[in-house]
Design a protein around this ligand. Sequence first.
Ligand SMILES: [Cu+2]
Length: 181
Amino acid sequence: MVKATSTRPAHLLRRSPLHIAAMVGAAACMAGTAQAAVPPVYVHMNGANMFLENVVAVRPGQPVVFVDEDTGAHTIIGFNPATGATSKRFEGAVQGTPGPGHPVHTYSITFKHPGLKFYYCSVHAELTQEPGGRYVAKKRPTVHGFGDPMAGLIIVTTDPHLLADDPKTSSEKILPGYFGG
Ligand SMILES: [Cu+2]
């Protein structure tokens, strides 16, 4: 009895590193293929203090890249509209750029699972509680812009119809005519 139980784990231990190595190799290969096949979805900012593509859809694992074409800095902070709690993982910040020909700063994030990912820029918007209890991002009163709050939504989905609705600009990293601030 003792012999039998000690033999089996030893047998498994001998085999498992190889087995794990094979699995990791296969997973890395698949991940590499997936990354190559799915380009990022881009969300742009300029001096209007809003996110140009403020609703985009991405697949699980597909990167969302925020591109700051503004002279000013912005943050990109995920929040839960039910509680108003901000995310510790979805928490980005991007520096501004003097304009075309200069480095443009980006923040990239991916999500593993389908869902709705709300975010806002804490410099130019603030979370306020609606009478119904939900939290929404509103333009800070002191901030200039077009009136829309600097906030947005990422829909993480495998639905091809939602994915096909992304704005054309979200497929380009730099929008040449969009610098400003
Ligand atoms: Cu901002």
